[in-house]
Design a protein around this ligand. Sequence first.
Ligand code: DLL
Length: 432
Amino acid sequence: MIWNETKECMSRDEMLNLQSARLKKLVDYVYHNVEFYRKKMQKLGMLPSDIKGIEDITKLPFTTKDDLRDNYPFGLFAVPNSEIVRIHASSGTTGKATVVGYTRRDLDVWSECVARCMTMAGVSKNDVIQVAYGYGLFTGGLGAHGGAEKIGATVVPMSTGNSKKLTTMMVDFGATAIACTPSYLLYISEVLEQEGLLDKIKLKSAICGAEPWTEKMREELETRLHITAHDIYGLSEIMGPGVACDCKFHKGLHVCEDHFYPEVLDTATLTPVEDGVLGELAFTTLTKEGIPLIRYRTKDLTSITHEKCECGRTSARISRFKGRVDDMLIIRGVNVFPSQIEAALCEVKEVTPHYMMIVDRVNNLDTLEIQVELVSEYYTDEIRGIEAMTKKIGHVINQAIGLSAKIKIVEPQTLVRSEGKAVHVIDKRKLY
Ligand code: DLL
C-alpha cells in the first residue's frame, strides 16, 4: 500500500505544475515575511513576480548553513514565535547551533513525509517499531516517532543509550521494525548475538539514516538480522528525517518532492547537472511555514533520476549518498571518502565493518592509518597470522582507494561503538 498515492504517483507534468504553484507562493511568502530573503532579492533586483514557475528557480539565490548561523537563533523564521510549536537544533562540530522552528502544519507535513518513508520500508499499523534515534534537539527521534504514530504503528520511544534494554525489549515486545543509525544497528546486532537473542527476535525491517552508509553495509545488516534495511535521508534545516527514502527495490531514495524541490548542482559552477551526474544536493522547501529555505545547499553528494520506479512511484529519486563535500579527504592528492573504506571492509569476512581512519602529516607527507577489528573467531596473536591478515586487508584497501595505508589490527570489541552518528575519521592535519 502506498501512503499518499496522489502525491507519490502523479505524472511529471502534474508534479511540475504543483511545484511551480508552490514555488510562486513560497517566494511571495518569504519576500514579505523574511527580511533576509527580501534583502537578497532586492540586491538582485528581483521581485516575487519574476518567478513564473519552477523553471525560474535558478534565478533565486542559494542559502547556506552559515546564513542560518549568522541569523541565530530565529532570524530566518517567517512567523512570530507564537506560531512556532517546536524547536530543533543541530550543533554540528564547530560554531553556533543551527536552529529550526516548526508550525503545527509543518509538524503535520513532517509526520506525513516520514509516514510515506516508513510505508516504503513496509511498516504498517500492525508493526511494533522501536525508535532508537536520539530524542531531543536532534530531529531523528521525534521525527521518526511522529511518522510511525501517523501510520498507527505501536511506537516504542527507546532513544539511544541503553542497548541491552533495547535488545531485551526487542524480544519481549516482539518488535518488528527499528529506526536508528546504520552504525547503531550494527552494534545492536552484536549485542543481540552476545546475548544469544538473535533467533528470538521478530524484526523485519530497519529504517536507517542520519549518516552515510554503503550498499555493502545494507547487505551486511540484512544478513546479520534477516531483515530488509531501508535508507532514510533528511536534515534538520529542511525538516529532519523523511525528506527521502528507498522503497523495496532499493534503486535510489524517493524524494517527497511535492514538499522539497531537489536540485543537484555541479560542485564547481553550482549550476544544475543532468540526471545521473554526481553533484551537491540543494533543496527548496515548497510548503514550510516556520523556516522556509530557498535553494539550501546540503553539501551532500548524490545524483538524481526522474524515471518512474518499479514500485510505481513517479517521484524523483536520489542515489545513495557518497558522503558530504566536506567529508572528502584529500590524502597525497587522492580524493578518499570514508564510505569507500566501509565498502571494502564489508568484503573481508575476517574483519567487522567497524573502522577508524587516522590521517596525519609526517615530513610533509600525508599518512593514513586504518584501524580495523578482527571478528573474534579469526583473532590470533600469532605474529605471522596478523602479518598475513594485515597484508590482505592492505591490498583490499589499496584496490578500493588507490592509496597504500598502514593497517592496524586491533582486538575484537575495541573500536568505539556508536549509538548515533558514527565518527570514522581523525584528521590530525587540521590541528597543525
Ligand atoms: O541526520 C536527520 C535524520 C535523522 C535523517 C534520522 C535520517 C534519519 P542532521 O543532524 O541535520 O539531520 O544531519 C543531516 O546527515 O546533511 C547528511 O550529511 C547526513 N545524512 C542524513 N541522512 C543520511 C543518509 C539528520 N540516509 C546530515 N545517508 C545530512 C547519508 C545522511 N547521509
